[in-house]
Design a binder for this molecule. Structure first.
Ligand SMILES: Cc1cc2nc3c(=O)[nH]c(=O)nc-3n(C[C@H](O)[C@H](O)[C@H](O)COP(=O)(O)OP(=O)(O)OC[C@H]3O[C@@H](n4cnc5c(N)ncnc54)[C@H](O)[C@@H]3O)c2cc1C
Length: 440
């Protein structure tokens, strides 16, 4: 694919955020170039999707392709924390579409190829190395994007707007000095892929993989010690393999490995020590070479939009994967950015106002995600922030209820009621399923 010299919008990164924003902008008639550093299918962590992603799938008109792929739908989540095991199902909170377990390399590839079908110029193995905003200093829009092609040759693309959806690479966030690590959340995550692991259903009963056709799996999350302050693990059943990850406080990781122990051995040993997980893994094998890790992935941006640019997805900010909201938050930001860029392109006189609206909306959602994931959540001044409260006021009550339920499951946010700003909702026994005994 030759790299064009100009476009209305250049999107950096071809993950869910980039593909969604590009597609929506192309559907609105804009000339969009999406640049992806790697080639799809490319590995990506984050396989558990909450059902809200379907509305974004509808928005980019990719729902039929995702359904045809036959990803696994899941029954809900089973969470073991502080010695208690509880479960929830989205259906109990009024959701009609299923939550899913998806192989991200395939899911992201479907979205990326779909963007091309809808008119986006997609270029793979094209790395953005920097963006020049000199033009935007006067007119409020305009940028020149520097790109290194697959064969190493440099290119530049002139455009009116840049959307950075480059994930944890946060190309613009780093260039403009916006990205800062979330000090409340210094973790390392290490994960790998297993064959032959059994899985849990919504009642906490273990099943062998050959029952996958008749029994829906859950995402199984468990804290690594009673209080949850030693981290937690996930178990996500996929069509062929099982994704298992550990999330560990960085301070603890420094001393955790035995002398001369490799990260892969450490990871396998730890997984096989975790109660319940060790039983599910009794006959399972870790795929050699499948172990990856990331540290300090929780970060925020001091600005998410400016003259000529917007950020979306992990490039704008990310908190913690505990409640599987990453992809949906990325898609929310991308949809909102697409709306804002379309407005700014068609009504340039509104560009500044639109940027402010986008900033408020996205920061509000990120703040809610932080409030749900942080133990004893508080903003910079130590109090529950108005932004989180105000954003939640606009949410459907079913969404608030499920957030309240999961915050209770993990003690991750023991001041959630204060955040919601109302009395604790009256959850039914179904909504707050208590599991007396895991049957493995
Ligand atoms: C340990 C862990 C577990 C997680 N588990 C879950 C989960 O269960 N459920 C969930 O919903 N979320 C989960 N997440 C979060 C989820 O992975 C992300 O929120 C999601 O992938 C964000 O999508 P994105 O499009 O913003 O970024 P990405 O999916 O990361 O895509 C960004 C793309 O940009 C490309 N890129 C980078 N630099 C450049 C460049 N210079 N030029 C061009 N392209 C570039 C990359 O190659 C990549 O393809 C998890 C995250 C972590 C860290």
């Amino acid at each position: 694919m030759t790299i064009p010299q100009s476009a209305d919008v250049v999107v950096i990164g071809g993950g869910p955020a980039g593909s969604l924003a590009s597609t929506v902008l192309a559907l609105k008639g804009h000339d969009v170039v999406m640049l992806e550093k790697q080639r799809h299918p490319r590995p990506q962590v984050g396989e558990s999707l909450i059902p809200d992603f379907w509305k974004y799938a509808d928005l980019m008109e990719v729902t039929d392709k995702l359904l045809a792929e036959g990803f696994l739908s899941k029954a809900g989540a089973v969470i073991g924390w502080e010695g208690q095991v509880r479960a929830h199902s989205f259906g109990d909170f009024g959701y009609t579409k299923p939550a899913m377990h998806v192989e991200r390399e395939r899911f992201d590839q479907i979205l990326f190829e779909h963007a091309a079908e809808k008119g986006v110029t997609t270029v793979e193995e094209a790395t953005v190395t920097g963006v020049d905003f000199t033009a935007a200093e006067e007119s409020g829009e305009g940028a020149v994007v520097a790109v290194k092609a697959e064969d190493g040759t440099p290119h530049s693309i002139s455009c009116r707007y840049v959307l950075d959806a480059s994930g944890q690479a946060a190309v613009l966030g780093r260039q403009l000095g916006l990205r800062h690590i979330d000090d409340a959340f210094r973790y390392l995550s290490i994960w790998g892929y297993w064959t032959g692991s059994r899985f849990l259903d919504l009642d906490g009963t273990a099943h062998s993989r050959d029952e996958l056709g008749s029994t829906r799996p859950v995402t199984f999350v468990t804290s690594l010690n009673e209080a949850g302050d030693a981290g937690w693990s996930w178990h996500i059943t996929l069509r062929e393999e099982t994704s298992i990850g550990l999330v560990l406080p960085i301070d603890l990781v420094r001393t955790a490995r035995e002398p001369n122990e490799s990260w892969e051995s450490y990871y396998e040993r730890r997984c096989r020590e975790v109660p319940i997980l060790q039983d599910l893994l009794a006959d399972a094998t870790l795929r050699p070479g499948s172990v990856s890790s990331i540290r300090d992935y929780s970060h925020q941006s001091s600005a998410v939009a400016g003259p000529g640019w917007f950020l979306a997805g992990d490039a704008a900010g990310f908190v913690d994967p505990i409640f599987s909201v990453g992809v949906v938050l990325a898609m929310y930001g991308a949809a909102t950015a697409a709306w804002a860029i379309d407005r700014a392109l068609t009504k340039p006189e509104q560009a500044e106002r639109v940027r402010d609206m986008f900033t408020r909306q996205l920061n509000g959602r990120i703040e809610v995600a932080r409030s749900l994931a942080l133990p004893r959540y508080s903003g910079a001044g130590g109090e529950v922030t108005d932004l989180a409260k105000k954003t939640l006021e606009l949410e459907r009550s079913a969404v608030k209820d499920i957030m309240y339920a999961v915050s209770e499951f993990t003690t991750r946010s023991d001041n959630w009621v204060e955040i919601v700003g109302t009395e604790a909702p009256d959850l039914t026994d179904e909504q707050r399923r208590i599991i007396d005994d895991i049957v493995v």
